[in-house]
Write a protein of this length. Structure first.
Length: 195
């Protein structure tokens, strides 16, 4: 799984990690095996949380839009927000809170400027669907549609340092950073810090 390869590369062995929107904990479990992390998770879905706890993981049910202030400052080595920024109620506020919890955060998201999305809208005149974004416009969980350029500008405006970035495109293959990632990347990964 490409996303795990990118995340595993960035996470130091033995790190204490909070995974936001962890679901049933597949990525936490994989990182526990490969990187020997101490993994914690939070998810809003009661059934997924129960499944994660049943598998022996330290996961709580909670809403990342309101419950992150319950954690002490700088209590994690990394906070991972994989594929959830676009569904947050107020992503700017939540990202600021995440940066209070750790010196390093990993954020990943679908790029709404991806060439297939652009052409889909241009030629069909309708909201496009892709494998990563298979939803109809009326039932999508994505409430914030943004691009790699939008996110980069946000980081600049917020004085957030981009330590590293990675992009995947057609068939989840890595896209070279110099090859117009805003156009050719379906999914983006950012390793960030406030320092």
């Amino acid at each position: 799984m490409k996303k795990l390869g990118i995340i595993k590369k960035w996470v130091k062995e033995g790190s204490k990690i909070l995974f936001l929107g962890c679901g049933s904990g597949e990525i936490i479990k994989s990182l526990q095996i490969s990187n020997k992390i101490k993994g914690f998770g939070i998810d809003i879905d009661e059934n997924k949380v129960y499944e994660a706890i049943s598998s022996g993981m330290s996961v709580i049910q909670g809403d990342i839009n309101s419950d992150l202030t319950d954690y002490p400052r700088k209590s994690f080595d990394y906070v991972i927000a994989h594929d959830i920024i676009q569904i947050m109620t107020k992503p700017a506020i939540t990202i600021r809170q995440i940066l209070e919890l750790s010196d390093k955060i990993i954020i990943s998201f679908p790029n709404f400027a991806y060439i297939k999305i652009r052409f889909g809208m241009l030629f069909s005149g309708k909201m496009p669907k892709t494998k990563i974004l298979p939803y109809e416009w009326y039932d999508t969980p994505n409430i914030h549609l943004f691009t790699i350029k939008d996110f980069t500008d946000f980081c600049k405006n917020e004085d957030i340092k981009i330590i590293d970035k990675n992009f995947t495109g057609f068939n989840k293959k890595s896209i070279p950073k110099i090859l117009m990632p805003n156009l050719f990347s379906e999914f983006a990964y950012f390793l960030l810090s406030r320092d």
